[in-house]
Design a protein around this ligand. Structure first.
Ligand code: SF4
Ligand code: SF4
Length: 310
């Protein structure tokens, strides 16, 4: 069975990628499952979608734990724990990353045993959730890597999945998917079917003795109060709200009240301050600020400026 996971951000078309690849497998005669898995349903938040394809009936369900291929549409997700890009990767797994960084550097960074391939990154865009047509490019590349999906099946799947959007969009998506398919020509068939995982393969774990800890640490976090501060939602952000204090009129209650995550604190002088560990980048404050004193800056530009000290 082929097991493939697509990782991206809300808005990048990972669900569409899984549907296109699933339909392409189906047109080649495979049994197929494809499904998205959302976390926070918000543009820019990490999501993944997965595809199983087999020539026999598929009895496996749920999230793919042992993928044969992991496709990453947005390389900024690799270090984000909540995205779980690296979950279950082993020597059999091929990792395909849409990135400006080369495969050797990714291998070095991640110390992986399996192959790493690069889908040449699209030009930098202001909002990463707007990466145009990245979903279809990922589906096209994945189709070539498995080596059992033809160009015709890929084009047929795009027609089946996107036909309702009109012929122009179908044509554009088909062109992009086939280009990505051709880019992977040298690696066609790199991804092979993983072995079956039977429930009987799992051995019963040894008895684990749990020591009793202070309840503040030992209680499941979902039952403990006031734990949300531990969740660094700032890692979701693709655009950072930055306050221009020269323009800020200290009308403090607007931005601090509208922020859904209470990430804007106000001092005694009415000066707002954004907690970037917990600002998730929804940009409501940018939209609400009366004098337009808050600007949305792409996160990668802020990080580059911080690194160079500019
Ligand atoms: S809403 Fe805008 S002007 Fe008002 S305090 Fe916040 S940043 Fe300043
Ligand atoms: S973008 Fe603004 S409103 Fe949204 S979480 Fe961050 S500080 Fe709050």
């Amino acid at each position: 069975m082929y097991r493939i996971r697509f990782h991206g951000r809300g808005g990048q078309g990972m669900k569409t990628a899984s549907r296109i690849l699933g339909s392409a497998f189906f047109l080649e005669g495979f049994e197929v499952q494809d499904a998205p898995r959302y976390g926070a349903e918000r543009r820019g938040a990490p999501i993944f979608a997965y595809v199983r394809a087999s020539s026999k009936a598929i009895n496996e369900r749920g999230i793919i734990q042992h993928p044969d291929l992991v496709v990453v549409a947005d390389d900024s997700l690799v270090p984000v724990p909540a995205a779980a890009v690296m979950q279950g990767l082993d020597a059999h797994t091929t990792l395909l990353i849409n990135s400006h960084t080369n495969a050797a550097d990714w291998l070095h960074r991640l110390n992986l045993a399996g192959p790493v391939l690069i889908l040449p990154a699209t030009e930098e865009v202001e909002d990463r959730a707007e990466l145009p047509f990245i979903g279809t490019a990922c589906a096209g590349a994945a189709a070539r890597l498995v080596g059992v999906v033809s160009r015709d099946a890929l084009a047929g799947a795009i027609q089946a999945e996107l036909g309702a959007l009109g012929s122009q969009l179908v044509e554009k998506n088909t062109k992009i998917a086939l280009h990505a398919y051709d880019l992977m020509e040298l690696h066609a068939g790199t991804v092979t079917e993983g072995k079956a995982h039977s429930a009987s393969d799992y051995s019963r774990p040894d008895w684990v003795s749990m020591t009793v800890e202070d309840v503040g640490r030992a209680a499941p976090s979902i039952h403990a109060a006031a734990t949300s501060v531990e969740v660094k939602t700032g890692l979701w952000r693709t655009l950072r709200p930055v306050i221009d204090y020269d323009r800020c009129s200290r009308c403090w209650w607007v931005c601090s009240t509208f922020c859904p995550d209470s990430a804007i604190a106000v001092d005694a002088q009415g000066r707002p301050d954004i907690d970037y560990d917990h600002c998730k980048g929804c940009l409501i404050c940018v939209a609400k600020c009366p004098p337009h004193a808050i600007e949305a800056i792409p996160e990668h530009l802020v990080q580059a400026a911080e690194e160079t000290g500019t």
